[in-house]
Ligand binder design. Sequence first.
Ligand code: OGA
Ligand code: NI
Length: 212
Amino acid sequence: MHRQWGGPGALPVELTDAEVEALGARGYFLRTSLLGEVEARSVQDEARARVSAGTLHPAGIRRGADRTVDSHVRGDHVDWVLPQSGSALGTLWERFQALGEALSSGAYLGLGRFDLQLACYPGGGARYARHLDAFPGQSNRRATAIWYANSDWKPAHGGQLRLYPDGEDPVEVPPRLDTLVVFLSERLEHEVLPTHVPRLALTAWYYGRDAG
Ligand code: OGA
Ligand code: NI
């Protein structure tokens, strides 16, 4: 059985039973192809163009109440992606919206709005140390979805996403073009291993319906 949901006009995202089960049991699931090759390459082209245009800025991290930039902990450059019709990035934004609706109806996550961020790790060993995307108990990020845009990725490039599921061995996800990973933001610790070439990702963080 598939569970289906989608906004008006938007392509729905269907979650399989296996994906819903994996999210509950392990805190994550993976899909190796979300959009298909042609559309994925269009998104990658637009993402690369945004990077070349120079609008990204070094990502911050929170230390207590303060936001600081520390490239040893987190080495990526980021920018927000807004809904925009008629562009490949806009289509991806809609897919993330449909994914949030599928997670709410199929996996009972009760998600509301989401933010979408383009992140580029420049290479040269840039990484993101092990962390959680949300602290349990605060009504903030509930689910994280990451889609990768690295068509030429090879193991020697590094930059794998390492996930730390409870009580299981860590799992390494290659950041290959069109791979999607979804995990529970308050539960799954993860890190980005050092990357030796530029590495592009689009990350959506979904907030609970009760969040401001
Ligand atoms: C993050 C993060 C992982 C990735 O931005 O919080 O963990 O694979 N990103 O880009
Ligand atoms: Ni993270």
